[in-house]
Design a binder for this molecule. Sequence first.
Ligand code: GLC
Length: 750
Amino acid sequence: MTSPTRRTLLKAGGAIAGFALAPRIAFAQSDRIESLIAKMTLAEKAGQLSCFGDAIRPPRIPFNPNAVSSNAAKQLADIKAGRIGMLFNGVGVSGARRAQKTAIEQSRLKIPLVFAGDVIHGLATVFPIPIAEAGSFDPDLAMRTARAAALETTAVGMHWTFAPMVDVARDERWGRVAEGSGEDTYLGQQMAIARVRGFQGSDPTDPSRVAACPKHFAAYGAVAAGMEYNTVDISMETLREIHLPPFKAAFDAGALTTMSAFNDLDGVPASGNHWLLTELLRDQWHFRGLVVSDYTADEELIAHGYAADGRDAAKKAFTAGVDMSMQSGLYNKWLPDLVEKGEVAEALVDASVRRVLTLKEQLGLFDNPYRSMDYAREKTQVAMPATRALSRESGARSIVLLKNDGDLLPLGKAPGKIALIGPFGDDKANLAGPWAFMADETIGVDIASGIRARLADPAALTVVKGSEVEKPIAGGIDAAVAAAKAVDLVILAIGEDQGMSGEDQSRVAIVVPPAQQALAEAVAAAGKPVIVLLKHGRALALSGAVKQAPAILACWFLGSETGNAVADVLFGAVNPSAKLSASFPNYSGQEPYFYDHRPTGRPAPDEGDQAYKARYRETKNEAMYPFGHGLSYTRFTLSDLQVDRELAWDGSLAASALLTNVGKRAGTEVVQLYIHDRVASRTRPVRELKGFQRVTLAPGGTQRVRFTLKRQDLQFWGEHGWTVEPGAFDLWIATSSVGGLRGSFDLARA
Ligand code: GLC
């Protein structure tokens, strides 16, 4: 008999696993809302369009600069005065009930508050950072972890998460690559859909569901040079083909809200961009949900040099299409004046207020204002065993086996004496990764604990820090080398700490910090076998002893169950199946590096003369470990590629290959389908991912893996919008974005 909480999780997981959910989300005209709007003053309307960091439940760790610029008493007074529509990043039922009671009992119109928060990859129980989980290539897993996150989020008095982050990012210098699904648009679309469905389910009035908020609209992932908050200057083709599709997929999956981005887009800031927020989002895509600005992004129109002052910024953000202003207070301050002076139509204000009230109605807050504010749930549905087990599953499924020379891995039960060396061996402070400010750190499992739990003799494990994250420890390397000399096997736990990843953490060099590199060089010189466990929020450019190690696992930030997930893979309880969602380049200087680059007029040949070809002096422009790469403890082969010779204009094309497990243990492979349009009116990427399937096979097992393509899968943004052009295409069925079985087909004319 499963406990109610576990059953809730499983039922929800089961209910959403695998099949499409037609979101039952009403945007119907509501008499209640219309009668409220008719009664509201301009000040009350501006209040519903304003949100602030929760000062009644101030976060333990500030999420943003000056996150809480108020205090509980003042905020309660503002709620009573109808100056607040939403509070964000507050945790806890009692504080939520206190605020809500003020809103529905003391304010004039008794409109309930909605509570939001940054639950990006889990709340108290933390899951792998999204870029890592995307590497599972398992949308159902992402849906389940999003569902579990929603359960915890609504157990502590929140209704709306500022997630999923769906920015496609192709420059690993940018710290926020950690929050997205990597460099590929197709994978990003699948993960966006999965996470929206996991968060929202099919009935957002369900008190265990949250409104989703695909962000940051749009193209924040394209910041120039990977520098945080930098300008974005891209072609319409790149915007349409690379950065917008995951948003469109999320909206089509029923996302109720979105967040406008900080960045300018070709000279017009996203949060003041009428083309983006109204002409595209509303008029072309018919999105009917709510647009909330990013944190003070409306006020930042001034710094952009796009608005003259606060009043101008409020006017430009609002008329562009930002319904709700986050943290700046500009709408409270200026919207009434702008309407009274005839510079903003009250009907436009009413339309935005309608969207806010509609969201509250869709979440059931008018009928049940204390929805998701249940003391019993707060006690029983946070950090449940089932949720932690899911974190462990997702963690193990997110680890990429980059290298395993001599089949050093998996370790046996008694692998001899082990030295676990590096700043992350028994570290608990960096398990969660960025954007996990609400994590319950008491439940975190560090790597040393996870390994010890698997050893016949836990005393066989010695832990030596050897170095800090970014600076040496006096005597640290000597101690580490001595430990290495005394054991049979070294495990290096090195990489980035979580403070080097996420917002405001762009790096000029995406490398293992030099202090740790020096540690690795010294330890490797001791001559024992070395397994590298990388902790990182981005792809890294590996070098020296780290790169030369016989076994390397990309462990990202795996969340609460890090140690258990790592141990499950190290000791073979889980056969790794994840693939890279972001390419590991040879050098930082190659960034932005992405597999789906265009050919150029002088592509560097695989072999032969490289002079005057598209490459660097130091290296060909290729990845050390490419997108889609990941090994297994078994081996798979692909054979017998079969591709229809022609794709009829209105038909579909079948492509398939035989996958065989030629190794000695069961395993899962991610079979990937790529295409290349050989000749078109726009230069086309050398490869584009158009499908993937996870296939599990017993030793000796074989399965024909089948894909179907239609001409719509081949479209690109041409001179007059979306287009498909007849002609010859290359096709690969592969297990990485490099290599695989190559075929071709023709798209016939209409
Ligand atoms: C931050 C982030 C955004 C987040 C918001 C609220 O600056 O850009 O992703 O949701 O502010 O914390």
